[in-house]
Design a protein around this ligand. Sequence first.
Ligand code: SAH
Length: 624
Amino acid sequence: MATDSFRNNEIAVVALTRKGVALGRRLKTMLPGSHLYRPEKFGAGQENEHLFASAVKEVVNEVFHHYRYLVLVMAVGIAVRLVASPLRDKHQDPGVVVVDDAATFAISLLSGHIGGANRLAQRLSSLLGSQPVITTASDVAGTIPVDLLGREFGWEMEDNSNVTAVSAALVNEEPVGIYQDAGEANWWPQPEALPHNVSVFSSIEALSAAACQAALIISDRIFGQRTQASLPAHTIIYRPRSLVIGIGCNRGTKSSEIEAAVNTILAEQGLSIKSVRNLATIDLKQTEVGLVEFARRYGLAVAYFDKESLSQADFPSAPSAAALSSVGTPAVCESAAILSSGNAALITPKVSYQRAVTIAIARLPATGRSKPGGKLFVVGIGPGDAEQMTFKAREAIARSEIVIGYTAYIQLIAAFLGQKEVIATGMGTEVERVKRALSLAREGRTVSLVSSGDAGIYGMAGLVGEMLGQPTGAPPDIEVIPGVPALAATAALLGAPLSGDFAAISLSDYLVSWTEISQRLKLAAQANFVIVLYNPKSRQRQQELTRAKEIIGQYRSPLTAVGIVTNAYRRKQQITITDLAHMLDYEVGMNTTIIIGNSTTSVSNDWMVTPRGYQTRYNLKDGA
Ligand code: SAH
């Protein structure tokens, strides 16, 4: 259950104006499976569009309780009037997000937490480059959303009557204690960044002894009365899915007997049924009506194992001759619990209940936070224009607290930065940038290190990789997000010059010697590769391009097609198609990429094309 996934048929987008409808259509493509409701007057409908001629109020009334989320593309005032009449309460109403026609803001209007509108507003903002507007107190204060804690892991609250009181203690910055002994550990992005009024205790006794106003406990254990009484009055117990119950039963055992067995043994062991992740048994029991019925009633999945696997598991109790003769394995419940939990320890070895049911319980080890550090995204932002940036890149930036990059690139993505901490540094400070990004991620922060084009093509990912090898501490969690590289952007603007084999060569001799560069140019030219020249010129380097032209000219005709693109998908974009003989006649700078065709590259109608070879296979001219 990923936190940021929105499922099919869950989202209705409602738009009113022509501009709003255009935005609604973009949203429809970005949120697969969503439906767009829009006025009939704007022409024929497309897939997943519902046209209406009636008043929008009726439409909203009708769809309101049929979708989990509504995105209203309109003014907040109109939206408020529209949702007023179908409103019920926060447990039933959909999450509603309002987006203005220009996508400047994505406003979480209704059911921010439970309905997921806050999450959707964040998601839309990262897709559209809008500013999310979130007004829920716990988000504004950066504190723990008590009603949502662990929801993505399937945690359940033992009892939700204290939610309001505990939330109030958190928001009002009163002392709140936390104790956890089971389940996922990464429920809070950075443990060291918990709100200052929240303290984590290593034992339930220590928590009880402290003077906390409220407490959050994450445990599969049921605490005795004395312990309960010593806890703060406002305590919420979350039940992580940390237990696996291995189960065996006689054929024909009723579901009520299985229920009694499970409940009795869990109670004896002081464990909560709400923490059971699943049941596990032998595959013969797939048709055991009582067991199937019990699992269905409690919403528990059952994992089935064959007798061979069960026989081989490392079960602790004495082998059962009876089980061996009836089902072909000397152990059912213990082996099943061990196998289904991925070899976790049994906290309750086999217990028999009224000679009809046997139960063994395994506890999954606490998971999550394998690395204490934060996260480093190395993000390729594409050539410059926001439209050429991937969704994933926007999302990574949206998730980051800190964004680091070369000043010019930071300016290109200014629309996505909001209130984030930004570290923008000049040319030649790459090593410094990577050092800071790594050290911030090691401190537990979430950082995006941005690179133009693709981060792995003459970009920052290479440097990150090199610096990881240095003994400056454990590597943090790193994810490289690919971007549209300059060679692809340039090629797209020129036509299709890279349809065959090509070689990319950087003319910068800052890190590679000219001897090596010239050798590569020579060999690539000789082998008839299309050649992409990166870094053709800088203020300090003016001669390389002339020399490169001479080398390539030894192997290629002066009539060879050459494409020169400066500032692809940025302001002052310039596209030139010329030939090798004249390529030096045009202005070339730091933001230029040059593509030199091979012997088959041709130019027609301002298209530079390197034929893939279809022409020789099919007769394209006849339309065959
Ligand atoms: N990581 C980048 C390359 C960085 S090296 C990528 O994947 O594209 C810098 C060189 O990239 C520049 O000298 C230029 O040759 C090329 N470049 C970067 N952005 C460009 C743009 N918008 N238009 C044309 N060339 C560009």
